[in-house]
Each structure stands twice: as C-alpha cells, then as structure tokens.
Design a protein around this ligand. Structure first.
Ligand code: F6P
Length: 373
C-alpha cells in the first residue's frame, strides 16, 4: 500500500535540516515506495496549504546546503497570527492533512515543535518528529542535529578571538547561543580553551569571574576569553527570575498573574542584555580592557558538518521505517549508534539542560576554568 507523507521544518533553522529532509524523502521513495510532499514555512504552510513535491529532482544536491529548502517559521497551529489576531487554526491544518490523504506528517524541530506536533497528534494526526536544534536541549534524545555544526563554528570563533585577545592583552567576552541550556557555550568553551565559561544552569557571581581573570593576570597571562551563553545570568538576576516565576505560579487571580508576567518579561529583557553589561563590569573590576563579541545567527548558518549530515540522514531514514511500521506519536531519538521511537508525551514540556554532575563540568573545573560560581 502506497503511503503519502508530509514533511515540514519548524522553529529556528539548523544545519542538517536538508540532510534530514533528503533522508526522509529518499528512503521513503526507495525503500518503501512512499510519496512525499513538503509544506513551506512550518505549520503556517501546512495551514495555508503551500506545498512542494519532494521528488528525486527536488531532493538532489541538498545534502550539504545550510538552512531548510522548505523554509521555517515559529508559528504555532493553535495560536497562529492571522490579521491582527492569534487564532486556533488546528481544524484548517487537519483539513490540509486530509486533503492530501496523508498517512503521516513528519515535523522537524526543537522543543517548541515537539509540543506543537504533539498537539496535532492528540487531534488524531499520525505524527513522527525528528529532534533538531543547535542548542541540543531536546529531552529524551542523546543529541540533536545542528549542534555539532554550531559547536564547530563557536569553537573556531573562540580560536580566532584568542589571538587578538592575546595581542591586545584584553578580556574578550564571547556570547554563544543557548537561551536556557548551556551545551553550546560549555562545549565550545572547553574545545576552544576559554578561561571562564558561564552557562544558564550555573548563575554567576561577577566578582568571582573578575577574581579568576585577575589571578590569570598575576600569573603573567594578561588576556582572558570568557565564553558565555546568551541566557547566562548573574546570581542576583537568577534570584529575581525565580521569584517572579514563583509569584506567577502562586498568583491568586488573572490581574496578579498579568502583573508578575510583565515583571518576568522585564527580567528576561535584562537577561538578554547581560553580556555587554558583564563585559563593562569585568573591565571595571579587573582594570583590563574588555571587548564583547556576539556570535548570533552565524552559528546557525552555512554547511552542516559531516557529523550532522550523518546524524540527520540516520534520523530521516529511520523515520520512514517507523512510519512503514505504523509507529506514530513519537520522536525519533538518538540512542548511541541506533535510534529509538520515544512517545511524544515523554518529550514535551521537558528540556535537556546541563546537569550539575555532567562530566563536561567536571573536566571544566578540573582544568581550573572558572564557571563563575
Ligand atoms: O533555538 C535555537 C536558537 O538559535 C537559540 O539558541 C536562540 O536563543 C534562538 O534560537 C534565537 O531565535 P531567533 O532565530 O528567532 O532569533
């Protein structure tokens, strides 16, 4: 029986998306005789029925291409901006699914996409997801594709910053992506030999960071590289953030909740501007000239690494096997050299952050690298 498969990419783009689309499409066609169509721009294209036929011509030459040939968006099925409103467009999405007689819909994305896909599965759609994000923070999988490429880019950036920091006897604070999880900053910090690594999971004390840098200076090393996650925050800010979150949970009525949510949004705003503030504070505390480099979206662009192409291809091809076996409502997770279908309810609402006893943290501390705590 021929199966008809839809595929979309949602959330922030990530190197390896095209390799995964190609994996699903080619394995689907060659191994199982499936017909595959893509939806443009994530759940929005699914709602607007904007499709692209993924035949062998479309799937050729995309393995090494960055971004996603399908386009992406952060739009959610149940809160879709339409005109000046956010509307629940789930029923329209179900219509599109039925119009194309789909047997399965493959959603490639990070934590948010897993949640949105799960909602569609609860409405009866046959969903299979793949875990992608440069942040590596999707629960229940060993790793996500996109992470390795971003890690390589961030590490190379630290390598390059080293020589200029050394020449000018400066502190260079380099901001690496990762709002809630520090995998990228920690991994690139270790691989690039950063002197201080600050991640969201370990709120920092700026005095301790300055102390570590001053000690390096006293021992004759007059430059320092500080690798910092975009979501890293001071201990003081972390306290305020936790208090605001607790207040939201305890709020007695809607008005109180609204007030604390506004407070939380302000704190989040402050958090996202922490890196330049930290840089200025370090200059004042150490007396060393300091500069900030924000790597930003350069970490998500360009060709995927060999490891990400391999991983995305493995996940894409495995996905068609699970569809063929009628295994739905799952994320195709990485387990060592193999894959495993994990029920979506075990994935959603969780985030894989760096645990306090993770071996990468042990290595960091044993190297004498400051984590700011
Ligand atoms: O989730 C991936 C990610 O790159 C995060 O590291 C970052 O916080 C966010 O996306 C940036 O999102 P946007 O592309 O919408 O600016």
């Amino acid at each position: 029986m021929t199966q008809y498969i839809g595929i979309l990419t949602a959330g922030g783009d990530s190197p390896g998306l095209n390799a995964a689309i190609r994996g699903v499409g080619k394995a689907g066609m060659n191994a199982y005789g499936m017909h595959v169509i893509g939806f443009r721009d994530g759940f929005r294209g699914l709602m607007e029925n904007r499709i692209v036929r993924l035949d062998s011509k479309e799937l050729s030459g995309i393995l090494t291409v960055g971004g996603t040939i399908l386009g992406t968006s952060r739009d959610k099925p149940h809160k879709m901006p339409v005109g000046d409103k956010n509307l629940d467009m789930t029923s329209v999405i179900i219509d599109t699914y039925e119009k194309h007689h789909l047997d399965a819909l493959v959603c490639l994305g990070g934590g948010g996409t897993q949640k949105n896909a799960y909602r569609l599965a609860q409405h009866g759609l046959n969903i299979v997801t793949l875990p992608k994000t440069i942040d590596n923070d999707v629960a229940m999988t060993d790793i996500t594709f996109g992470f390795d490429t971003a890690l390589t880019i961030a590490t190379e950036a630290i390598d390059r910053l080293h020589s200029t920091a050394h020449s000018h006897h400066r502190i260079i604070v380099v901001e690496i992506m990762g709002h809630n999880a520090g995998w990228l900053a920690l991994g690139a910090g270790i691989a690039g030999g950063a002197d201080v690594i600050l991640i969201p999971e370990i709120p920092y004390d700026v005095e301790k960071v300055a102390e570590a840098i001053t000690q390096r200076s006293r021992s004759g090393k007059h430059f320092s590289i500080v690798a910092v996650s975009e979501g890293a925050m001071s201990q003081e800010l972390a306290k305020r953030l936790n208090a605001a979150e607790e207040n939201i949970a305890k709020a007695k009525d809607k008005a109180e909740k609204k007030k604390y949510k506004a407070e939380l949004a302000e704190i989040e705003q402050e958090r996202m501007q922490s890196t330049p503030v930290l840089t200025t504070q370090l200059e004042a505390l150490t007396g060393l000239e300091s500069r900030v480099t924000i790597l930003g979206h350069v970490q998500r662009g360009g060709i995927p690494s060999a490891a990400d192409r391999l991983l995305a291809t493995r996940l894409g091809t495995a996905c068609t096997h699970y569809i063929h076996e009628n295994i739905f409502g799952v994320m195709v997770a990485v387990r060592g050299d193999d894959t495993e279908p994990v029920p979506l309810e075990q994935v959603v609402g969780k985030r894989k952050t760096v645990p306090p006893d993770h071996p990468w943290l042990d290595s960091t501390r044993n190297l004498g690298v400051s984590l700011g705590d």
